[in-house]
Ligand binder design. Structure first.
Ligand code: B12
Length: 214
């Protein structure tokens, strides 16, 4: 897997978006990469975590944007496989509805985007809203979609106050909704989710699958 990851990063570094899409979809077709989860966990996530900034900051930031944009496109190119795998496993059964969202100012959304697919693969009906969503828009989405779960992804700890505000309002207006939080802001902070009013903290597809069978 290390070798495949290096090959993928090599193409990203050349800014070869088409090459990246072709490579990854070829691996999934041939079984070299066994599943979407395998791809996300062992190739795409490490390729993002391993962005190393050894150039001036201005250059670093645009390179980070370019790399994450290619990876986002690769993820979208896999969506029919995600929907197909879910249909194969769950047929036309309608699962419980979940909104996947990042609070206002939170621009890191690739983790949330992967998590949206993890929910789909676990049989949920997913609405992915994504980065930097204002509080009023989150409430509007809840009003319209009537989800059972709201899953929020937070990377940057500065965004925890905004998250707490959203959760307070959700809990006040929709006490039956379960709020799940995840993302790097919670890593190694086991009680933080409770402190900001969330019901659960999760990070993995295994935890999401368990939720589906509850
Ligand atoms: C890509 C990236 C960006 C991109 C994001 C593009 C996009 N469309 O998402 C851009 C360029 C916009 C960006 C901007 C910034 N970034 Co940035 N970014 C990154 C980088 C390189 C990768 C993040 C990523 O996508 N990881 C991969 C995903 C898949 O992993 P993940 O988010 O952890 O999600 C997984 C799990 O946590 C879990 N999960 C996540 N959410 C949830 C939710 C639920 C409900 C569940 C169940 C699970 C779950 O599932 C995912 C899959 O396994 C990291 C480096 C790093 N080491 O993380 C820095 C990093 C996160 N960024 C950082 C910073 C400081 C910034 C900026 C402030 C400055 C800058 N560098 O430009 C800005 C401002 C952002 C803002 N206001 O929010 C810091 C954060 C430090 C901190 N902890 O506070 C990091 C760590 C870099 C560093 N070493 O300093 N960034």
């Amino acid at each position: 897997m290390e070798e495949l990851k290096r090959e993928f990063i090599g193409l990203i570094e050349k800014n070869d978006k088409a090459g990246c899409i072709e490579l990854v979809n070829g691996w999934l077709d041939s079984g070299k990469v066994s599943s979407i989860v395998d791809l996300y966990q062992n190739i795409l996530t490490p390729a993002l975590y391993e962005i190393i900034c050894d150039v001036p900051e201005a250059e670093c930031i645009w390179k980070e944007h370019a790399r994450s944009s290619i990876i986002r496109t690769v993820i979208e190119s896999c969506y029919l496989r995600v929907a197909g795998a879910s249909k194969e496993k769950f047929g036309d059964r309608k699962g419980q509805r979940v909104l996947v969202v990042c609070p206002t100012e939170e621009l890191h959304e690739i983790g949330a985007r992967m998590v949206a697919d993890y929910f789909t693969l676990s049989g949920f009906e997913v609405t992915f809203i994504g980065a930097n969503t204002p509080l009023t828009s989150i409430i509007s989405a809840i009003e319209v979609e009537k989800p059972k779960y709201v899953a929020m992804s937070i990377t940057n700890s500065y965004n925890l106050m905004a998250t707490q505000k959203v959760i307070l309002l959700i809990k006040k207006s929709y006490p039956d909704i379960t709020v799940i939080v995840g993302g790097q802001a919670f890593v190694d902070k086991p009680n933080l989710f409770k402190e900001i009013g969330a019901d659960m903290e999760m990070q993995t597809i295994e935890e999401i699958s368990k939720l589906a069978v509850e």
